[in-house]
Ligand binder design. Structure first.
Ligand code: NAD
Length: 443
């Protein structure tokens, strides 16, 4: 089938590449000329494991193209996936300007039937706005063209995006007509050969499903983080509590890890947007407001521990940081806890040496030429002469470091672990002063 994907970010590029891999002819459009240039030169503008292989394979096969040419992209696809950003507006609501701009382009330039599919995370009712925007543009041209609007929220996880897209748990599809449902069934058939994973529903339910999923996951994290703070005060170990409750199939093990707060481009903005949507309807989402507040507080948990240990004034002290990305296997630093931690350390007079396997370039873009931040080539290099180590991201390579080397490289063997990577008892045996989240060392 002929498919256009609007937006070549984490979602759009993965969607385009994976759909091309199933034999479709895909054109990916972006307004960002740099991204399109990089892609057309054979590069990948983001870090996403396995994506380069799929992109290269399909470009070579002539099934995947990249363009900034809006007219060509609208002309190409019967299916037009919209996968542009929906960043938070000042009031927390999702900013729909990019989604609606994409919809308007389609209405302005389409000459035959189009199925317009919202893949971006958008508030309930957006499909109506997309429909109205296209109608309006068609009206200006005096055209009465058949088109459908569908909602197909994306559930991929950065860092495992290709795998998630190729082998999804479920594919949620919101439609208002059979033609759209049939096209989406056909397009997704190759991704669900073992069992039917398509959950077909109305547009509004599909839109709400995406927010409900992210809100539930964020809730589990904030719940565990608050319990971790309590566990610390009570001399309990949150890791044991996690195992104790996760074994209950009604609860399950996933997403129960205490840490230094969630970040990324989705959870923070989607929780905010859902709170905002509800308040527009005169409803307070009290649980979700608490989830957000708890997470804001949790992002400062490591620096609070640092200040308690080293005092309020950190002038003249340098700290090592492991991990800048908001989670492993990505270079994405949107709403990353590392940003909150670095800002606070700098504000207290400290300097920082950071190491991240892939996010250094992104950090340089964000922090510019801030002289108080330096970047190390490897994890051990970051430690040399630093006051203490702060672990922000649970990259695999941090899980089993050379503890003897770590101990001698640091000025003092002090570790603040925001991801609970090590056993407190082991750290004690190594003679490392270990501050984790919600864990107490028992003699
Ligand atoms: P992104 O910021 O990485 O990419 C968005 C892209 O859209 C950019 O390259 C931008 O230049 C382009 N764009 C903006 N306006 C455009 C237009 N009018 N025409 C063409 N291109 C345009 O965003 P992302 O992380 O891929 O997220 C996209 C959407 O998917 C968001 O709504 C997000 O909430 C949702 N989502 C993201 C993830 C994730 O893990 N990143 C997962 C599920 C859902």
């Amino acid at each position: 089938m002929k498919i256009t994907v609007v937006g070549t970010g984490y979602v759009g590029l993965v969607t385009g590449a994976c759909l091309a891999d199933m034999g479709n002819h895909v054109v990916c459009l972006d307004v960002d000329e740099r991204k399109i240039r990089v892609l057309n030169e054979g590069g990948i503008p983001i870090h996403e494991p396995g994506l380069d292989v799929v992109v290269k394979r399909n470009v070579a096969a002539g099934r995947l193209q990249f363009t900034t040419d809006v007219a060509a992209s609208v002309a190409h696809g019967t299916l037009q996936f919209i996968a542009v950003g929906t960043p938070p507006d000042e009031d927390g609501s999702a900013d729909l300007q990019y989604v609606l701009a994409a919809a308007r382009n389609i209405g302005r330039l389409a000459t035959d039937y189009k199925l317009v599919i919202d893949k971006s995370t958008v508030p309930v009712g957006t499909a109506d706005k997309v429909q109205a925007a296209i109608d309006d543009e068609l009206g200006k041209r005096g055209l009465d063209l058949a088109f459908s609007v569908a909602s197909n929220p994306e559930f991929l996880k950065e860092g495992a995006a290709v795998e998630d897209f190729m082998r999804p748990d479920r594919i949620v599809v919101g439609v208002s007509d059979e033609r759209a449902a049939n096209l989406l069934r056909a397009i997704y058939a190759p991704f669900q050969r073992t069992r039917d994973k398509l959950v077909v529903m109305d547009l509004r339910s599909a839109e709400l499903t995406k927010y409900a999923a992210n809100a539930m996951l964020a809730t589990r994290i904030s719940f565990m983080n608050e319990l971790a703070l309590l566990a610390e005060k009570m001399g309990a170990d949150i890791e044991l509590v996690r195992q104790g409750i996760g074994s209950d199939p009604r609860i399950g093990y996933h997403f129960l890890y205490a840490g230094c707060g969630y970040g990324g481009s989705c959870f923070p903005k989607d929780v905010k947007a859902l709170i905002r949507t509800a308040s527009d309807q005169g409803q307070d989402l009290k649980v979700l407001q608490a989830v957000e507040d708890a997470n804001d507080h949790q992002k400062t948990v490591l620096t609070r521990k640092v200040l308690a240990r080293f005092g309020q004034d950190l002038s003249g002290r340098r700290f090592a940081l492991w991990g800048l990305a908001f989670k492993p296997n990505t270079d994405d630093m949107r709403e990353a806890t590392s940003r909150v931690v670095i800002d606070e350390l700098l504000a207290r007079g400290a300097t920082v040496t950071a190491y991240d396997p892939v996010a250094t370039e992104e950090a340089k873009r964000i922090f510019g030429d801030e002289p108080r931040i330096t970047y190390a080539q490897g994890p051990m290099e970051a430690l040399e002469g630093a006051e203490a180590l702060l672990i922000i991201t649970e990259w695999k390579e941090f899980r089993s470091p050379d503890f003897d080397r770590l101990k001698t490289a640091l000025k003092q063997p002090v570790v603040f672990d925001g991801r609970n990577l090590y056993e407190p008892a082991l750290m004690r045996d190594f003679g490392i002063e270990y501050h984790a989240i919600g864990r107490s060392v028992r003699a």
